[in-house]
Structure formats: structure tokens, C-alpha cells
Write a protein that binds this ligand. Structure first.
Ligand SMILES: Cc1cc2nc3c(=O)[nH]c(=O)nc-3n(C[C@H](O)[C@H](O)[C@H](O)COP(=O)(O)OP(=O)(O)OC[C@H]3O[C@@H](n4cnc5c(N)ncnc54)[C@H](O)[C@@H]3O)c2cc1C
Length: 409
């Protein structure tokens, strides 16, 4: 077997999953993660369709279930917190709804994946790749801490703002597709009676203001929640390094709005984990160049609001590792095969995300908002086989192969 030494950039979801499988197949993966350690808290993600099988084969299903967020569904409320339209997880089956049956905080999933691979994989935290040079024999990598090292292959699983993508394929503007809105999330206290439901309050566009939604996502600690803000807007100019400027964007956009919003906005200034970004997808004609290949959000981010990014990352990691194994490490065979097997899933997921995302959360008018609530209220009366099928079909686009273990050890 060739190309055994593989550097993986990013210890999020895709990186550790890939490293787990690469080790099983006899490769020697090293994972470099920019953050100084694993984080806690933050947003929830969903494991849907084929990705449930990947979680099962990776041996983490029981732990994922044990770390379930407890979310029972999503409810749209009016300004008095009365529920006007609800989507319970029971109505949608395991993979179809806005909250999947396997819902877990991203940081908890990353921790579980790290734990299942850390005894066999070298992890380096607090470092990052700054330069690479490829030749016929391998790939030379320089790290932020000044070190340099050679590997056989390089895999970029370093998220939507991927450094590997920038170094290998050029500036991110070439690959980012803008979806016309912003999302912000941060931890806060809440006294709202949510009973395990994600509560969302939508204001339609009109009177010169854009469609927008604020949400409260319950956390497992009682009284704690994640505050979410979704805002339809053309790109705004602000300093990406200036967190207070980003907070001011959110405060200005939701100023004067009702429900829980004034309390949420007053908590923004002390939020330890403030997140604010443009909602984007990553679209590339090819995910590999010579010895380097991209995986997960770095290659095909479907957007934070798609609800399917984590499933793409898990399935992509499983397929990429498997294809490298059956090709006995020959990246010239494995990379195109990985692309061929993932393309249809990625296309379906990104199309679905573009169609489903913003109209529901950021309606342009009162009429559009009323129509959204009415359609949601009708869901329980539709035959079960129709409800949530769009997302469920997308999540099951790929059939998992059984890649033989240990043939090349
Ligand atoms: C606000 C928000 C809400 C979301 N909600 C959902 C949801 O409800 N359902 C769902 O399925 N998905 C959701 N997602 C998407 C989901 O989080 C991603 O699709 C998924 O995490 C992708 O996994 P990944 O491993 O490719 O990337 P990531 O999880 O982003 O991991 C990338 C890793 O690379 C590291 N890194 C970055 N740069 C470097 C570097 N230069 N060097 C080394 N390491 C680096 C990062 O620190 C990180 O650990 C959401 C995302 C966001 C931002």
C-alpha cells in the first residue's frame, strides 16, 4: 500500500471521522487543529439518513444518543410566546424534520469522534498549515509554529473558511456562493417556558425592514439557551475582526422587535461565544488537486441552515477513507472515485438547502408568513409518507458500500 502518511487539517466532524477510518485501513493519519483544544457548547447538528449508518459503523451511535440535545421540535410563536405553528420530531420520521431524531451539539459530536480515534491517531492542537509544496513524491507542509514536515497526502477538513482550500485552490471568493442572509448565535440565559422546543419568532419584511427571525434553542443546562438571529440582507460592510461591530449589526437589525428579543439583545455584549457570519455554500468543480483533497464544509458546505452539513461531512469522510483503502492508497484512483460517489448527494443537498432555507425564516411579506404558518399547521394531517420526504430522500441519496478492512495492512 502506498501513501500511508496522511495529514488531515481540521478536527471538527469530518477530520476525526476520516482519521478513524484511515487508521482502520492501515494508514497513518495526523490531524492538525487550529483551536487550542476541543470546545464545548454551541449549536446543534443533525445526523440524517445514510449518515446514521456511518455513525453506527464508526461505533458511536450509543454515545450520540446519550448526548441528544433533548430537542422535541421547532415551534413558531407570536410575540406573547403563544405557539402558532409547530413541527414536532415525531411528525417527520427520523431524518426529515427541522430537528432530526439524532440531534446533538456539534461540539459533543466532535468530542465523541475525537475520543474514538485519539488512541490511534496523532492529534496536534493549536497549530495550522501556512504553506504547502507538492511534487511527484509527496507534499511538504509548513506549520504556523515554524516547523515543516513531509507527508504523502493532505486532506483539508478545515471547514467553510478552509486554509487548505485557499493554499491549494486560491482565494475563497471563487468558491463561495452567497445565500443572501446572515446568521448569528450565542449563549444566553432564558426564563422562557420552552419545554424542550426550539422557539422561533418571525417578523416579515416590509416598511423598509427585511424579513427576520429570532430563536431560542434550549441547552441541556436548565435556564441556558442559544440565542439565534437570522436576517435577510445584502452584504454589509464591517470589519470581520471587530466583534463589537458585528454585534451592532444584529442589535440594529432587531432593534424595537418584541417577544424575548430585547432580553436576548441585552445579553449579546457579554456573550462568550458570539458567532456571526454570512450564510454561504461552497461550490467547486473539483475537490482535489494532485495530492491534496477537500472534505466536508471545506469542499461542499451546504450552509448552516441546511440541516444536512454534518451528514455530508460524515458520509464524505467514510467514502474518502474507503476509496483510499480499496485503491491501496493510490490517490489518483481514490480522489476521483470519492468525488463521483459524493457528487449527487452534494448537489441534492445544496439544491434543497437553497430552496428550503430562507423563505421560511425570513419571509418577505405578511402573506408569505401566514402561508408558512398555515402549511406547517397542515403537516400533521398529511399522509405520513409525504411529510419530510424531501429532506429524507436527500439524506439517503448515497448507498453505503462495505469497504474491506485490513486487506492492505
Ligand atoms: C451556526 C451554524 C449552525 C449549524 N446548524 C446545523 C444543523 O442544524 N444541522 C447540521 O447538520 N449542520 C449544521 N451546521 C453545519 C455543520 O456544523 C457543518 O456542516 C459541519 O460541522 C461540517 O463539518 P466539518 O468537519 O466539515 O467542518 P467543521 O465542523 O467546521 O470543522 C472544521 C474544523 O477545522 C478547524 N480549522 C479551521 N481552520 C483551520 C486551520 N487553518 N487549520 C487547522 N484547523 C482549522 C476548525 O477549528 C474546526 O474544528 C451549522 C453550522 C453553523 C455554523
Amino acid at each position: 500500500m502506498k501513501n500511508r502518511s496522511i495529514l488531515v487539517s481540521g478536527a471538527g466532524i469530518a477530520g476525526p471521522t476520516l482519521a478513524y477510518w484511515l487508521h482502520k485501513y492501515g494508514f497513518h493519519p495526523t490531524v492538525v487543529e487550529r483551536a487550542p483544544g476541543l470546545r464545548s457548547g454551541g449549536h446543534a447538528v443533525d445526523i440524517r439518513g445514510t449518515a446514521r449508518q456511518v455513525a453506527d459503523r464508526t461505533g458511536i451511535l450509543a454515545q450520540v444518543r446519550g448526548a441528544h440535545t433533548g430537542a422535541r421540535g421547532m415551534a413558531f410563536v407570536d410575540r406573547t410566546n403563544k405557539r402558532v405553528a409547530t413541527m414536532s420530531t415525531e411528525v417527520f420520521g427520523d431524518s426529515g424534520g427541522p430537528v432530526a431524531e439524532l440531534a446533538i451539539r456539534r461540539t459533543d459530536l466532535a468530542r465523541i469522534l475525537y475520543s474514538s480515534s485519539r488512541d490511534d491517531v496523532d492529534y496536534i492542537f493549536g497549530d495550522s498549515i501556512t504553506a504547502i509544496e507538492q511534487d511527484g513524491e509527496g507534499i511538504g507542509v509548513e506549520f504556523d509554529n515554524g516547523r515543516s514536515e513531509r507527508f504523502d497526502l493532505l486532506i483539508g477538513a478545515d471547514g467553510v473558511r478552509s486554509a487548505v482550500r485557499r493554499l491549494v485552490f486560491g482565494p475563497e471568493e471563487r468558491y463561495i456562493r452567497d445565500l443572501g442572509c446572515y446568521v448569528s448565535l450565542f449563549s444566553t440565559d432564558t426564563t422562557l417556558d420552552h419545554d424542550g422546543w426550539q422557539l422561533m419568532y418571525t417578523m416579515p419584511g416590509g416598511d423598509g425592514r427585511p424579513g427576520r427571525t429570532a430563536g431560542i434553542y434550549p441547552q441541556s443546562e436548565p435556564g441556558r439557551a442559544l440565542a439565534g438571529f437570522f436576517l435577510r440582507s445584502d452584504p454589509l460592510s464591517y470589519d470581520r475582526g471587530d466583534i463589537d461591530a458585528q454585534k451592532r449589526v444584529v442589535v440594529r437589525a432587531f432593534d424595537g422587535d418584541g417577544w424575548e428579543i430585547p432580553r436576548m439583545l441585552s445579553a449579546i455584549w457579554d456573550a462568550p461565544d458570539f458567532y456571526f457570519d454570512r450564510v454561504v455554500q461552497v461550490q467547486m468543480d473539483s475537490w482535489s488537486r494532485q495530492r491534496a483533497v477537500l472534505l466536508g464544509d471545506a469542499a461542499y458546505c451546504a450552509s448552516p441552515m441546511s440541516g444536512i452539513g454534518t451528514s455530508l461531512a460524515l458520509v464524505g469522510a467514510y467514502i474518502l477513507a474507503g476509496e483510499l483503502a480499496v485503491a491501496a492508497g493510490d490517490h489518483l484512483l481514490a480522489y476521483p472515485a470519492y468525488e463521483r460517489k459524493m457528487r449527487r448527494f452534494v448537489r441534492a443537498a445544496q439544491e434543497f438547502a437553497r430552496g428550503a432555507g430562507d423563505g421560511g425564516l425570513m419571509p418577505d411579506s405578511r402573506a408569505q408568513l401566514r402561508l408558512r404558518n398555515l402549511s406547517i399547521r397542515m403537516l400533521p394531517y398529511l399522509p405520513k409518507r409525504f411529510v419530510g420526504r424531501g429532506m429524507e430522500n436527500v439524506a439517503n441519496t448515497v448507498a453505503l458500500e462495505d469497504y474491506p478492512i485490513s486487506v492492505h495492512h
